[in-house]
Design a protein around this ligand. Structure first.
Ligand code: AMP
Length: 442
């Protein structure tokens, strides 16, 4: 017997998941998951496979964290942020396929002894580049610590574990985050007070603690008594070891500033003499270049529309489409979005959108590959009237997502575009040949 999404019957010693991922070994345990080493049989690539029991996702308050972790990671593309490759689901588990960081945890490296200053600088630069990128996308890590910093084959840093990250919608009207989070020794003083805090500033603080640990081999704020440790954090009471260079001492001092208002920012760190040492202006600019060209579209907050349209939908898409775990609220204000399944070829549906847009005298722009893709319809003054994306769901089925540009454009969306898209189609996902039946809305 075989659970289509579960383990295959063990004909060979190795287990194969979803007919694609061959299980090779166990990499580690997290708070909610086991992480396996696996081989992608299609590409031959080694990957990390995080198995999260569905019970943990559905119950006990873990759902928002897991869903948030997935939804954030799948949109991040940075050389020092761990890539999320795919999400799959069986009856009992959700599997997150991650880029493999073969070098293990940076913490294990530090546990063998403090790092030479140049190596600390290399990791710190990679960390700041990754954090600057995440902040520029409105994503704050909030639980930065060496355990969340993994190393790849080349010994380069990969920031992982975005389970506690916050997206902009969690910021209250005062612009500050209010969830208490983080790991005691790495938390910024303003988290300990009950006031709100700025996600960017607390990440910078944690980067300072990490930098201190890399250089010293031990924590800056430590005490067997938790309250005494918090007091030290609150007062910014620490001492750098004697081998710390004056430039590094100064930078650590500017980061571990208990006052978030005067604490150094990521932008200023990029211009710090210790940070810049040995870097050409070009390399410094590269470290500061947080906005990758291909991700610029996401800045308008409509992540769901900026995804690669030729990517087949995965289990996570289906989970997030269901009302229980609808992520749309995470990505921006509610919009006039409609989603339906069609058995028609994508090309036909996209062609209809182009025709109706042109007929109304609007500007129609086609995006993506032939066969699957997106269409944007604009008014004469460049205002967005509607956007649609067609993505593959399964053999012979596509999901169409349509969104209006705003209130003024609702008439076109509801009165013209949607009827034109849905009109002559006969078959639906559930009905086979059920002519004229309404579309199943996911
Ligand atoms: P996590 O659930 O993310 O805390 O992961 C638990 C442990 O699994 C980590 O501490 C790592 O040792 C290991 N691990 C997680 N993700 C990866 C990965 N992408 N590559 C290699 N090891 C990983």
């Amino acid at each position: 017997m075989q659970d289509s999404g579960g383990w295959e019957a063990p004909r060979r010693a190795a287990k194969v998941l979803f007919g694609r991922y061959e299980l090779v070994g166990l990499l580690g345990f997290g708070a909610s998951a086991r992480v396996y080493l696996a081989r992608d049989l299609r590409s031959g690539q080694s990957v990390a496979l995080k198995a999260i029991p569905k019970g943990r996702v559905a119950k006990g308050g873990r759902a928002p964290n897991v869903v948030r972790e997935i939804s954030i990671m799948r949109h991040l593309r940075h050389p020092h942020v761990l890539r999320l490759l795919a999400v799959l689901a069986s009856r009992s588990k959700i599997y997150i396929v991650l880029e493999l960081a073969r070098g293990g945890e940076l913490l294990a490296r530090v546990a063998r002894g403090r790092l030479p200053e140049d190596l600390s600088r290399r990791y710190f630069r990679q960390l700041i580049s990754a954090i600057g990128y995440c902040h520029s996308r409105g994503v704050f890590h909030r639980d930065l610590k060496p355990e969340n910093l993994l190393l790849d084959d080349a010994g380069d840093l990969k920031v992982s574990d975005f389970g506690l990250s916050a997206l902009p919608d969690q910021i209250r009207g005062d612009g500050l985050l209010h969830t208490v989070c983080g790991t005691p020794a790495y938390v910024a003083p303003e988290i300990l007070s009950k006031k709100g805090y700025d996600g960017a500033k607390i990440d910078v603080w944690s980067c300072g603690v990490i930098l201190y640990v890399l250089n010293a081999g031990y924590l800056p704020f430590n005490d067997p008594n938790l309250m005494a440790m918090y007091r030290k954090i609150y007062r910014g009471e620490y001492r750098c070891p004697e081998w710390t260079s004056p430039e590094l001492r100064q930078l650590i001092g500017r980061i571990l500033d208990p006052n978030p208002e005067t604490r150094i920012t990521v932008d200023s760190i990029l211009h710090d003499p210790w940070f810049k040492k040995g870097l050409s202006e070009e390399e410094r600019a590269a470290a500061a270049k947080f906005h990758a060209a291909e991700t610029a579209e996401a800045e308008d907050g409509k992540f769901w529309m900026s995804e690669e349209p030729d990517r087949a939908l995965d289990a996570f898409d289906l989970i997030s489409f269901s009302s229980g775990l609808d992520l749309s609220g995470l990505f921006g204000p509610a919009s006039d979005r409609q989603r339906f399944v069609s058995a028609e070829p994508a090309e036909v549906i996209l062609g209809r959108a182009e025709d109706i847009g042109a007929k109304e005298g609007l500007v129609v722009r086609r995006k993506g590959e032939k066969g699957l893709g997106a269409v944007e319809v604009e008014g004469q003054i460049g205002n967005l009237v509607a956007r649609m994306v067609v993505r593959r769901l399964a053999e012979g089925l596509v999901v169409v997502e349509v969104e209006g540009g705003g209130d003024a454009e609702r008439g076109f969306l509801q009165g013209k575009l949607l009827p034109a898209l849905k009109g002559p189609v006969k078959a639906t996902a559930n009905s086979g040949s059920a002519a004229g039946r309404p579309y199943p809305v996911l």
